[in-house]
Design a protein. Sequence first.
Lengths: 194, 589
Amino acid sequence: MSGSFDILIVGIGGQGTILASNILGEACLIENRHIRGAETHGMAQRGGSVESHIRIGGEFGPLITPGQADLLISFDLLEALRYSHFLKQGGKMVVNSHMVLPTSVFTQKLTAPMESEIIAGLKKHHLCLLDADSLAVEAGSPLSANVVMLGAASSAMPLKYESLLEAVKRLVPKKTMEINVKAFETGRKAGGTS
Amino acid sequence: MERKYLLGNEAIAHACLEAGVDFVSGYPGTPSSDVIDTIRVQPDRSFYVEWSVNEKVALENALAAAWCGVRALCTMKHVGLNVAADPLMTSAYTGVTGGLVIMSADDPFAHSSQNEQDTRCYAHFAHVPCLDPASVQEAHEMIRDAFLLSEEFGLPVIFRPTTRICHSKGDVDLGPAVTSTRKGEFHKDPRQYVVIPAHTRVLHKKLNEKQAAIRKRLVEKGFNRYELRGKTAVIASGIAASYVQELLPRGVSFMKIGAYPIDEEWLGGFVRKHEKVLVIEELAPEVEECVRQVAGCVPVFGKKNGYAPYEGELSPAAVAAIMEKAGFLPKNPFPQVSPLQGLPPRPPILCAGCLHRGMFYAIKKVFKDAIYPSDIGCYTLGLQLGTVDTCICMGASITVASGISHSGEPHDVVCTIGDSTFLHTGIQGLMNAVYNGANMTVVILDNRITAMTGHQPNPNTGITATGVEIPAVSLDAVCRACGVNFVETVDPYDITGTLNVLHEAKKRKGVKVVIARQMCVISARRAGVKRGRYTVDKEACTGCGTCVRFGCPAIEFSDEKARISDLCSGCSVCAQLCPVGAIGREGKR
């Protein structure tokens, strides 16, 4: 069995899960560690549920097996629940408290669970819940919510703070670097050090 | 040497630059598109890159370049190889002088495809070598070697990554890109390039004579290799080999197949050293059939005796389950877990402001219970709106529509096809429908780009793959040249105007074409088009739900009122639909 640290990032197409995966990859390169990843591309991205698998120290396949993830980072509250079975016992979850209701709720009259129900469901796990949308606005741009989420999850990853920060600086567009560094720091503070 | 964290397709693209590729062609198709999308923006070296109009066209172009002695790459998805199958089969006879690598990306589980066909079967059929990587790093090395292999044997080489290679990532060691360029030269040789019966019979024999040496070479190259460790063995190919390696207990031998054709003598020698053998591969039992031929009395476990599935993609958990069932793992290391049931699904959906949604609304309004053949593109999502009744392969909306029209089916037939798909294989169907007197309406959803696969330009966009501006093809003129008399262009953001034209089309006999033209909202956003958002007047909204049923992801509904979220791109269609005029442009009310 591999000794990789397995992170599943989930969200909705367009929320920036791919950039988040690239930042983790870059941080691994900085630390000279192997990494494997897999992600959703193509039409599935059009507002659909997306997942990005990241295996730090991984040397084999890129896919994380359900029930085996060490860390789940969810950019949307409902998606956290959808993918919660991926987390292993004792795994950690870092979740954005914001929820985008799927259009199926309106067009097919389906019911989405209430926010309080979702949070109660997630609390079975080691949960860190934060309002990444507001924190991103605070950092200077709503588009930086993905970096806020990475910051919040950063202390739960086996990667150095310095490497992650350097990776953020290298990969975000130059003109948004300052905002994204702030977003990372804000997220890190909100995520705590556990 | 440089190490980077790259998408499989980016690593493949880089390897082609390291191999000094001179000519690149292809048609976009998930999961293959990012290779040319990466290559076409390389500024460092001058070589030829094109997005072709379809895969047959792409392969014939690349083949010709390889005949001229330059290195050519042709990319497509697995079903694209069906379109290119005609030149493929005979290109193995003519052979090549410059390296020709055909990348055909398979999609087990059909993540973004209409079927789960296996490209390895085509390689077998055409008698050309096929390379099947197990990781991003191996994909990089294999495609670089594929050019050499192609030149060594004078044959096209098929490179077959799967979605989990193309769209997975890894740290990859890269070599330097070649800086020199080659120029092609065509040396006339009719016995090689003119496949009249007298020539082709000889070429066929030559092709068959090459096979034994190819089998040996693929083992020498290390693409097919094994480790002897015990009395039982697992043989795996492609990405499944990576999953097996993670799980393989000590004391079980392992053979990795990464290239075809497999040397049977070599394979038989390995198999017969074991008491039982398990074969794990995705899709067709290509390796397994070969193993069964040489196994003699050694028991073989695989798809054919129900230990492994023929369908879908494998995963570490699936591989563990197969190994446990066949007795190669004492216990599945992954306890079974199930996802939570009953959550509202979040499938992909047409973007807020997508022209297709407005057009589908108008079509349904006018043609009601008509039959709606459709095609391959973002607009296949019109299934959710009740305006997609068939979808089989590229270009088949028009041909299926004419077939239904001639069958005697009494309802109206209205088909939808995107601009890129129309240019791919739609035109022939249109010409055929007119020629044979079908009664039908063809709606060309013209967003001026190949959107679904990542916004590649096509002849209708007005720029080439490398960004050179060219005169865009006139869809209107093409349709008229096919003999269509009723060709009207509408703006699908203007619902009234669109409805009027569709009503007119419905009244007429014969083949009618309506071109629905509006930029893809994603390209519009990238181009800086700003339309201003729309908002709902809470007082005026009666909660009737008309706008919600339109299915735009920007429209939400709570407390009996509609609300428009910041996903709104300002197409204004919902405002036109609202029966009480409660929707208006933000800041203008």
